[in-house]
Every structure is written in C-alpha cells, then in structure tokens.
Design a protein around this ligand. Structure first.
Ligand code: ADE
Length: 230
C-alpha cells in the first residue's frame, strides 16, 4: 500500500525530501509529488501548502490521482491547552475547524450537512504513528487528543485564550489537519497526524515558530517517518 507523507511547509519536511533525491517528481495542481520508495515503503511525499483549502486540494489529488492508501501528516502546531508546551508532541485523535461557524443555521463548529463538528483520525494508523513517535523521540512529552484547525496563524494571547474558552478540549492549533481529516472521511482513507509544538499561539508565537521551524521541525518529521516506515 502506498503511504502519503505530507507537511505544509518545506521546513517541516526538508530532511525527508533529502532522502528521496532520485525519486520521480510529478506535478499536479501546482504541487510537486515525490513518488517512490522510502525506507522500503511505497510513498508519495508532498508539501500541501498552508491552510485548509490547500490541504483539501492536496488530499483529493493524493487519493484520486496517486491512489494512496493512507495519509500521514507531520508538522508543527501552536500549543493551546495548559501544559502543551514548545517541544512537546501532539498526536491527533480528531480534528475540529475552529473558524467554522454557520450559526444560527447550524451549531457553531458543526460542518454543515455532516451533522458533526469533529472528524476522527484512523485508530490503527494513529496507533502505528504513536509507536513511531515513542521510538523516534524517546523522552519527549506526548499528548493525544483533539486538534483545532483554521485559516489563521494564532499569534496573540487574547486569541489563543478565546480559542481555549470556546474549545476547552483542543490541545493545539494549526491550519490543515481538519481539512485532511474531512477529505479522508469523504474518501474512506485512513488519516493520522502528528504535530510538534513550535509555539504557544501567544504574543511570542511568531518568534518561537520561526526559530522552531528552522531548528527542529524537519528533524522531528524525518525521525518519525523513519520509525513509521522502517
Ligand atoms: N502552526 C504552528 N503554530 C501555529 C499557530 N500559532 N497558529 C496556527 N498554526 C500554527
């Protein structure tokens, strides 16, 4: 089975892409899809770009054009819940769109006509990803639970406080996962996601994010992917 490995940004996946210099590159929907083998596995590696629409396009193309059997997202997120700190890892068990609000027609956060505000990740794939994280990053603090996605880089203490109040179960905030989860739900494709916490989505978020994405994100992704596939 072909596994898709996805990050939003080059900095999150550079060390993985460096392992695939001879694999075939195919361009679709303006994205480069690296198709080949990694650690003995059939893979498609792609950068989704940032935000929910870019993520949804990438997920649909992976399924329809590349025939992938499962999707794993690896990247960074802002910590939201108390104690979810920079350097910790969050493994998603479900996603919500924190900026989706069709009220009063539908309850806030509910995805219209789906009758739900959350989409669950695949249990089996998430179990494998959890084991890979434990093997790849021993000693790192790992959280598992709800992750919130939206088309905003959350970079003020006021906004992250409001999100915490509205979604007290959300561990972290990022910009793509809920779109992948919904598209994978639509196509019946297993999806799992891991995010290293780069910042606390507060007034310092932009500085912490920039440092972390430069120094840590790609190394974490490469180690996790090796443990998952190897
Ligand atoms: N990804 C990493 N940090 C983030 C933040 N603070 N908001 C949204 N996405 C992020």
């Amino acid at each position: 089975m072909r596994t898709a490995i996805v990050s939003a940004m080059q900095e999150e996946l550079a060390a993985v892409l460096a392992l695939m210099p001879h694999e075939a590159k195919q361009v679709a929907a303006g994205r480069e899809f690296w198709v080949g083998r990694l650690h003995g596995h059939e893979v498609v590696v792609v950068l989704s770009r940032i935000g929910k629409v870019a993520a949804a396009t990438t997920a649909a193309v992976l399924v329809e054009r590349f025939g992938i059997g499962e999707i794993v997202f690896t990247g960074v997120a802002g910590g939201l819940a108390p104690g979810v700190d920079v350097g910790h890892v969050v493994i998603a068990d479900s996603f919500v769109q924190h900026d989706l609000d069709a009220s009063p027609i539908f309850p806030r956060f509910e995805v219209p006509l789906y009758g739900t505000s959350t989409f669950a990740c695949d249990r089996g794939l998430t179990r494998r990803l959890t084991a890979a994280v434990a093997a790849a990053l021993p000693g790192v603090h790992v959280h598992r639970g709800l992750v919130a996605s939206g088309d905003r880089f959350v970079a003020t203490t006021a906004e992250s406080g409001a999100l915490r109040a509205a979604l007290p179960d959300a561990l972290a905030v990022e910009m793509e996962g809920a779109a992948f989860a919904q598209v994978c739900h639509d196509f019946g494709i297993p999806f799992a996601a891991v995010r290293t916490i780069s910042d606390r989505a507060d007034d310092m978020a932009h500085l912490d994010f920039a440092t972390f994405i430069r120094d840590v994100a790609s190394r974490h992704s490469a180690a996790i992917v090796r443990a998952l596939l190897g």
